[in-house]
Design a binder for this molecule. Structure first.
Ligand SMILES: Cc1cc2nc3c(=O)[nH]c(=O)nc-3n(C[C@H](O)[C@H](O)[C@H](O)COP(=O)(O)OP(=O)(O)OC[C@H]3O[C@@H](n4cnc5c(N)ncnc54)[C@H](O)[C@@H]3O)c2cc1C
Length: 385
C-alpha cells in the first residue's frame, strides 16, 4: 500500500496549487462581497486541463484519472471551495456522463467544449418539491414526434443561468417513478422556452451561481436524449456517484484550510503571555481537527482509487462525502472559536468557511441520505456499485 503521490500527481498538485494561488486567491474578497462569478477562471481551468479528468484524449481529455483529479480539486477548493463546483459541473457531471452514455455524435459535439472551458456545464435534477426523492420529479418531456417538448421547473441548479450545456432529468413516462425518467442534453443558448432565474439568497458559496430553471414548451431536438429512454434514474445515480466526489474532496479541502488557518492563528495570538496554542484546550481542538482532516482525506483518496480501478465505490463514496462534510463543518466551527472575535469578522475567512461548509451537508445527497446508502449496502439491502 502506497500513501505517497507519484511524480505526475505531485506535478498536478503543484500546478493546481499555483493556479489557485494566482488566479483565484487575489479575487476572493471582492467576489465574495459582490457574489460575482468570474467566468474567466473556468476558461483558464480548461486551458490547464483541469476540466478533463478520465475523459478520452480524442475528446480533449487530459489523459489522467481520479487520483490526479482529486489531488487538483483539493488544492483549488482549499483556496476557495466555490471553484470546486466547476470540475463537477463540467467534467464529472455532463462530460463524463455523455462519455459513458452518449452516442459518438453527442460525444464529439459536447465533450470538447465542456473540457476546454468553452462551455459552462450543469446538471439539473432537483425541483421545488422533489429533492432527496428524485423519483418524484414532475418536469415532463413529451415526445412530439420530431422533437421533445419540456414543461416544468428545476430548483437550486449550480451554474443554471450561466450554463451553456447541461444535463436535464425529466419524466418521460407519467406515473413511472424512477423507471419513467430520462436524461437530456440541453444546449441552453439554442433552446427556446427556457427562463433562467438566479437565486441570490444563498447563505454561502457566493461566487458560485445557483438558479431556478423554468421550461415552458421548451423545444429540445430528438437526438438530445442521452442514453436509453426511461433510464434517466440509473444514469442520474451513476453520475451522482462521480459528482459526489466533488463534495467529498471539496469538504476535505475546506477542513484542511480551516485547520491550517487555526494552527497559524494559535501560534501567533498571544494571551496570558504565551501563544494560545500552548493551552491544552486549544490543543484538543487542533488535535480533533487534525484527526478528522486526515481521515476525511484518506476516505476521499480510497474512493478515488476504487474509481480509478473500476471497482464498486458507491458505499466508499458516500462514506467519504458524509465524513468529509462533517469534518468540514466541525473544523470551520472550531476555527471560528479559535480565532475569537476576529473569527466573527469578515476580515478573516472563518465566516466563509462555516457558510460554505454547511452547503456540503445538503447537496448531492443529504447526510441522512448518505447514512442510508452506507447502512443499506452494509446490511445487504442493496449492492455496492
Ligand atoms: C448550493 C447548492 C447547490 C446545488 N446544486 C444542485 C445542482 O447543481 N443540481 C441539482 O439538481 N440540485 C442541486 N442542489 C439541490 C440539492 O441537491 C438538494 O437540495 C438536495 O438533494 C436535498 O433536497 P431538498 O433540499 O429538497 O431536501 P429534502 O429532500 O426535502 O430533505 C429535507 C430533510 O429531510 C431529510 N430527508 C429526506 N428524505 C429522507 C429520508 N428518506 N431519510 C431520512 N431523512 C430524509 C433530509 O436529510 C433533510 O434533512 C443544490 C443545492 C444547494 C444548496
Amino acid at each position: 500500500m502506497d500513501f505517497g503521490l507519484t511524480e505526475e500527481q505531485k506535478m498536478v498538485q503543484d500546478m493546481a496549487r499555483n493556479f489557485a494561488e494566482k488566479e483565484i486567491k487575489p479575487y476572493i474578497e471582492q467576489d465574495e462581497e459582490n457574489h460575482y462569478y468570474r467566468r474567466e477562471i473556468l476558461t483558464k481551468m480548461g486551458e490547464l486541463g483541469l476540466l478533463g479528468w478520465s475523459i478520452p484524449e480524442e475528446y480533449g481529455g487530459n489523459g489522467m484519472g481520479w487520483m490526479e483529479a482529486v489531488t487538483a480539486l483539493y488544492e483549488i477548493a482549499k483556496v476557495h471551495t466555490s471553484w470546486r463546483l466547476s470540475i463537477s459541473g463540467n467534467c464529472w457531471g455532463p462530460a463524463m456522463t455523455i462519455n459513458e452514455w452518449g452516442t459518438e455524435e453527442q460525444k464529439q459535439k459536447y465533450i470538447p467544449g465542456l473540457v476546454s472551458g468553452e462551455y459552462v456545464g450543469s446538471f439539473a435534477i432537483t425541483e421545488a418539491n422533489s429533492g432527496s426523492d428524485v423519483g418524484s420529479m414532475k418536469c415532463f418531456a413529451k415526445d412530439k414526434g420530431d422533437h421533445w417538448e419540456i414543461n416544468g421547473s428545476k430548483m437550486w441548479i449550480s451554474g443554471g443561468h450561466t450554463s451553456d450545456v447541461g444535463l436535464l432529468y425529466a419524466v418521460t413516462e407519467e406515473g413511472g417513478g424512477p423507471r419513467g425518467i430520462s436524461c437530456f442534453i440541453i444546449d441552453y443558448n439554442n433552446t427556446p422556452g427556457v427562463t433562467r432565474i438566479p437565486i441570490h439568497t444563498k447563505v454561502g458559496m457566493w461566487p458560485a451561481p445557483t438558479s431556478e430553471l423554468v421550461f415552458e414548451n421548451a423545444i429540445v431536438p430528438k437526438e438530445n436524449l442521452l442514453g436509453p429512454l426511461n433510464k434517466g434514474f440509473q444514469i442520474c445515480m451513476w453520475m451522482l456517484n462521480n459528482t459526489r466526489m466533488g463534495c467529498a474532496t471539496g469538504a476535505a479541502a475546506l477542513s484542511a484550510a480551516a485547520l491550517e488557518g487555526s494552527v497559524n492563528y494559535a501560534n501567533e495570538r498571544i494571551q496570558f503571555g504565551k501563544p494560545i496554542g500552548k493551552f491544552q484546550m486549544i490543543q484538543q481542538q487542533i488535535a480533533e481537527m487534525k484527526l478528522e482532516d486526515d481521515a476525511a482525506k484518506y476516505l476521499v483518496y480510497r474512493a478515488a482509487w476504487l474509481k480509478e480501478n473500476k471497482l464498486p465505490s458507491q458505499q466508499e463514496t458516500s462514506m467519504a462525502k458524509l465524513f468529509a462534510c462533517q469534518a468540514a463543518v466541525h473544523a470551520a466551527n472550531m476555527a471560528m472559536k479559535i480565532y475569537g472575535s476576529y473569527g466573527y469578522s469578515t476580515e478573516y475567512p472563518c465566516g466563509r468557511w462555516l457558510r460554505d461548509a454547511k452547503h456540503f451537508e445538503t447537496l448531492e445527497g443529504t447526510s441522512n441520505i448518505h447514512m442510508g446508502i452506507i447502512a443499506g449496502i452494509e446490511l445487504g439491502y442493496q449492492p455496492n456499485r
